[in-house]
Ligand binder design. Structure first.
Ligand code: CUA
Length: 312
């Protein structure tokens, strides 16, 4: 109802709207019932003009009170169950989702594709395919918001957050920054361009397009960086432990840390290990790695992570 003016451009849209409308309309009904009863009682039990005709003494009515309590409890439990079900769907990206890196920078969105293509303020995706965004910020807090998809996710510095969606409509939809991030926050606007799958493939292969395009896939950029930055002097890519743990098969694996706890190797852990190598040390290795803080940009970290992820 409220969302009439917004396109329903993702698989989330009807779910979010359905729940929203349920809450809205049940609230409208209960508002009418409560205010209606209030007005009715106001007249029914009003103090009469004739002084000796006193207002009658009122007592509670247990069945009604319990009944109201039960109905309201059922109502909020329905809302809870419904939102929990949809929230789980909204937060769990399918395994086969296409991954794209998004970087929030004062005041624009930078989009990095696996094949190395880089776009500013534009995200191009195929229709009918799940897309997962791995997002971080170069400076302050931003928030990636696509109203037509009903998705919004904070984008934080020094951390990766993710968001997924599946577009259901071809077209262009605005992306807003939904977190005040300084002077030009209101101008931090991009767009999602949804293409038919065949058109998307053609777009992906179209290397001549004018948009900034890096010739190498992200993981190859990462491989070159790993050599240039000296990572591979201590980390092998074939499984042999050297000064540091090998990168082979590391992504997604469970690592035992020096304090005995375990951690799953994912984007945030790798990022932390590059910037603060001694924060979570792998068991059996000495704290000898130096920090790469200030020596690698967020885009480069994304590339190195893509490289590590590719070493199956
Ligand atoms: Cu970025 Cu507001």
């Amino acid at each position: 109802m409220i969302a009439l003016s917004l396109p329903n451009a993702s698989t989330f849209a009807s779910k979010v709207d359905g729940l929203f409308d349920f809450i809205l309309w049940t609230s409208v009904v209960s508002f009418i019932l409560i205010v209606g009863a209030k007005v009715y009682f106001l007249f029914k039990y009003r103090r009469c003009a004739v002084p000796e005709n006193k207002t009658m003494y009122l007592e509670g009515h247990a069945p009604t009170e319990i009944g109201v309590g039960v109905v309201l409890t059922i109502w909020v439990m329905v809302i809870f169950w419904w939102s929990w079900k949809d929230y789980k769907y909204l937060r769990t990206a399918p395994r086969d989702a296409m991954q794209v890196n998004v970087l929030g920078v004062q005041w624009k969105w930078i989009v990095q594709y696996k094949n190395g293509r880089k776009l500013t303020n534009e995200l191009v995706v195929p229709k009918g395919k799940p897309v997962k965004l791995i997002m971080t910020s170069d400076d302050v807090l931003h928030s990636f918001y696509v109203p037509a998809f009903r998705v919004k996710q904070d984008v934080l510095p020094k951390t990766y957050t993710s968001l997924w969606f599946e577009a259901t409509e071809v077209g262009e939809f605005p992306v807003f920054c939904a977190e005040y991030c300084g002077l030009s926050h209101s101008g931090m606007i991009g767009k999602v361009r949804v293409l038919e799958p065949a058109d998307f493939e053609a777009w992906e292969l179209n290397m001549t397009e004018a948009s900034a395009f890096l010739t190498k896939p992200l993981e190859e950029q990462g491989k070159e960086l790993a050599t240039a930055q000296g990572c591979v002097a201590c980390h092998s890519v074939d499984g042999t432990p050297m000064v540091g743990p090998s990168w082979k098969g590391k992504f997604g694996s469970i690592e035992k840390l020096s304090d005995g706890t375990e951690i799953t190797v994912e984007e945030n852990y790798i990022r932390e290990s590059i910037m603060e190598p001694n924060a979570k040390l792998v068991q059996g290795f000495a704290p000898v790695m130096m920090t790469y803080k200030g020596r690698m940009s967020e885009e480069e970290v994304n590339a190195v992570i893509a490289y590590i992820r590719s070493l199956k």
